[in-house]
Ligand binder design. Structure first.
Ligand code: NAI
Ligand code: ENO
Length: 339
């Protein structure tokens, strides 16, 4: 039997992401021992019933002691408190990582607590669903998805390589970005779609009761797609909004401007404008489908460390540079460093 990648992995938080990790770690034999901890005794019990690990405790310090890899999978607003709690028990030489949907704020809240000799490498698997809790996870969640690291300056290359290897063996492609670029990118490709979904479903819910029953009854697939996103965990998304505030506000401002332009085109019957926009966006959908799961996130100075199949069509099709302060000022994206 081949030796495990890590002798002991501690999973702090055992919801959708933590339990999916537990399942894939077991399947791929990535750890000699899986220690599971979360703050609620009921959730720890459920994890044990599901046989997700080898040991179970609500005592986070006990779970992380002697662990070679510690993965924090809790709502981003709780990451600082969790880091503070586990810090004294972390082993010298251990890798500490997280899976939070925002990165700059997680780094700000976790890194002050990380002891000397522990390698802290923030991460974010771009994989998930609208479900939460230990029953919702599945071993295939990370397959053919990106996992982005936002390493701190001076990160030990061997530790980054080992963590990259871990995520590759979970089925993911790995990449690095700086935290601000990550947060800006995710604001448009993930956070805004969720906010729009929460808003449109809320608007429908605010309609008069008679109309509302019709909305539910006749909801077309477009509205149904929004209701899936709008069913995502409220606490997790509250935290994402509060912890990626600036990037989300920037993207919301651009979105609102574009929506006002669209509104004006509809009001004034500017059919050509509508047709042109709808044609442009259709090409994006086509390149997303063509690219399958290997869709390239917009390039913000990315450095490939995994095995990404780089797909530039999505960006090339649009020419939209999300990183630029204004689209008019910088109509093209910087090219990736490894081109
Ligand atoms: N749900 C998704 O689709 C994705 C989520 N993420 C990120 O992964 C992290 C975890 O998300 P999920 O697994 O979906 O959430 P979840 O709600 O399914 O699980 C969260 C876990 O954290 C624990 N927890 C909650 N508050 C805590 C606290 N104050 N202290 C200690 N433990 C606490 C809960 O008991 C639970 O075990 C979040 O930071 C989220 O942003 C990343 C990618 C996708
Ligand atoms: O369910 C969906 O469509 C998602 O987009 C899941 C998701 C949620 C949060 C993340 O940080 C990454 C992925």
């Amino acid at each position: 039997m081949s030796k495990s990648l890590f002798e002991k992995i501690a999973l702090v938080g055992i919801g959708l992401i933590g339990s999916s990790l537990a399942r894939v770690i077991r399947r791929e034999e990535l750890a000699g021992h899986i220690a599971i901890t979360t703050r609620s005794a009921g959730t720890v019990m459920r994890a044990e019933e599901l046989k997700l690990g080898d040991s179970y405790t609500t005592d986070a310090k006990e779970a992380v002691s002697d662990a070679d890899l510690v993965v924090v999978s809790v709502p981003v607003g709780a990451s600082g408190a969790v880091a503070k709690e586990i810090a004294p028990a972390l082993k010298k030489g251990a890798i500490l990582t997280d899976v939070g949907s925002t990165k700059a704020s997680v780094i700000a809240h976790m890194s002050p607590h990380v002891p000397e000799g522990v390698y802290f490498i923030p991460g974010h698997p771009l994989a998930g669903t609208e479900k939460s809790g230990p029953d919702a996870g599945f071993a295939e969640l990370f397959e053919n998805r990106w996992c982005i690291f936002t390493p701190l300056e001076g990160t030990e290359p061997a530790a980054l390589e080992k963590l990259s290897d871990f995520w590759r063996r979970c089925g993911s492609y790995v990449d690095t970005m700086d935290p601000e670029h990550h947060d800006m990118t995710l604001a448009i490709v993930s956070h805004l779609p969720h906010i729009i979904a929460y808003n449109i479903v809320g608007t429908a819910d605010d309609l008069e009761t008679v109309t509302k029953s019709k909305v539910i009854k006749y909801s077309a697939s477009g509205f149904r797609d929004f209701t899936r996103l709008a069913a995502s965990d409220p606490l997790m998304w509250r935290d994402v909004c509060l912890h990626n505030r600036d990037a989300i506000l920037e993207m919301l401002a651009r979105f609102s401007e574009d929506l006002a332009t669209l509104q004006r085109a509809i009001r004034w019957g500017e059919g050509d404008k509508l047709f042109d926009l709808f044609t442009r966006t259709r090409t994006i959908r086509r390149s997303v489908i063509e690219a399958g799961q290997d869709v390239e996130v917009p390039d913000f100075g990315r450095q490939a460390v995994g095995r990404p199949k780089v797909q530039q069509q999505q960006y090339q099709a649009t020419g939209v540079c999300l990183a630029a302060p204004s689209r008019a000022a910088a109509p093209c994206c910087p090219r990736s460093r490894d081109e």
